[in-house]
Design a protein around this ligand. Structure first.
Ligand code: FMN
Length: 318
């Protein structure tokens, strides 16, 4: 998720769940081919299994970027066919690619020709006012013929005109049945469902119909919701340590480690502000970790203040 799932966020999420696959923000082929590659591609070794999401449409560019992804150590390369933003539409990629299934198929084939890691596609169930299931079925069918075996389906349309990207994540209605039907029509493909999933019970229910579930906003805002996923959905013991305080301590170590590389603690801490949601003192804790007046302080000091809110009168924060 753009601006959210950077490497610091992913490092944090990986402390909560060992097995859940993590995805980068979308990176455009142009940014990778002409920009600062380490800035876009570097990640912490702890983040595996990790997928790089690409935004682009030109098969040769996609292939070059898929190769980069593999060489950099990613476990999967994912093509974005679901983003509705105007900027992305001007670049003729993202959700508007759903109108160009043969071009997506060419891109998938070009990528698969040069890498061994899985090439996957994330898409919507339709665009604009197309309400027919056949549209997404034909899209998946065409792209699968090019060798794509994994589809992550955001179960609502993208309306390319008149809605902001944010509205496009809420207003077009969710139609989970379309995603279930894809799995029935393409039983050999791996179909993952995305969109509006909030609880473990909902995940479990979807998993009766499809192979996987992708959780976006809920995982970001309420990161502790991932705490039981290793045990419940991957049949393993929970990640250790299995408690918020210990994870917070590990994040402080991480911040201290990042500081000499020029990463301000606030750039890391902003992703963990939901860690204590629902627990006593969460609001005060969040305020300390998002207090920009503390930006000159080392992370251990901010942590100390966040730990002992009662002992630290607010004047001490000034
Ligand atoms: C801030 C933000 C950034 C996003 N960036 C991306 C992105 O880069 N690539 C992508 O495929 N989807 C992106 N999305 C969409 C999510 O991946 C997901 O499809 C959508 O939020 C619906 O799932 P959810 O209800 O679980 O959040 C973004 C969503 C948000 C809120």
């Amino acid at each position: 998720m753009l601006d959210w799932t950077d490497r610091h966020c992913r490092y944090f999420h990986r402390l909560i769940t060992r097995h859940t696959r993590l995805y980068t923000e979308m990176v455009t082929t142009g940014a990778l081919l002409h920009g600062d590659r380490p800035r876009h591609l570097d990640f912490n070794p702890e983040e595996h299994p990790l997928a790089l999401q690409l935004g682009g449409s030109e098969p040769a560019d996609l292939a070059a970027c898929a190769k980069l992804a593999q060489d950099w150590g990613y476990d999967e390369v994912n093509l974005n066919c679901g983003c509705p933003s105007e900027r992305v539409q001007r670049g003729a990629f993202g959700a508007c690619l759903m109108n160009e299934a043969p071009l997506v198929a060419d891109g998938v084939k070009a990528m698969r020709d040069v890498v061994d890691i899985p090439v996957t596609v994330k898409h919507r169930i339709g665009i604009d006012r197309i309400e027919s299931y056949d549209f997404v079925r034909d899209f998946v069918g065409t792209v699968a013929e090019a060798g794509c075996e994994v589809f992550i389906v955001h179960a609502r349309n993208a309306w390319l005109q008149g809605l902001s990207p944010k509205e496009n994540r809420d207003i077009p209605p969710l139609r989970y049945e379309f995603v279930y039907r894809l799995k029935r029509d393409f039983p050999t493909l791996t179909i993952a469902l995305n969109g509006g999933v909030g609880s473990d019970e909902q995940i479990a229910e979807h998993l009766r119909h499809v192979d996987g579930v992708m959780v976006g906003r809920q995982a970001y805002h309420e990161p502790w919701c991932m705490a039981d996923w290793d045990a419940r959905f991957f049949g393993d013991a929970p990640a250790t340590p299995h408690d918020r305080a210990a994870i917070e301590a590990l994040m402080v170590e991480y911040m201290a480690h990042q500081a000499p590389k020029g990463v301000a603690w606030a750039h890391v801490a902003r992703h963990m502000l939901g860690l204590w949601n629902g627990m006593p003192g969460a609001r005060r804790w969040r305020q300390v970790w998002s207090d920009h007046r503390l930006k000159g302080q080392p992370p251990h000091e901010v942590w100390r203040q966040a730990q002992r809110p009662a002992a630290q009168p607010s004047a001490a924060l000034a």
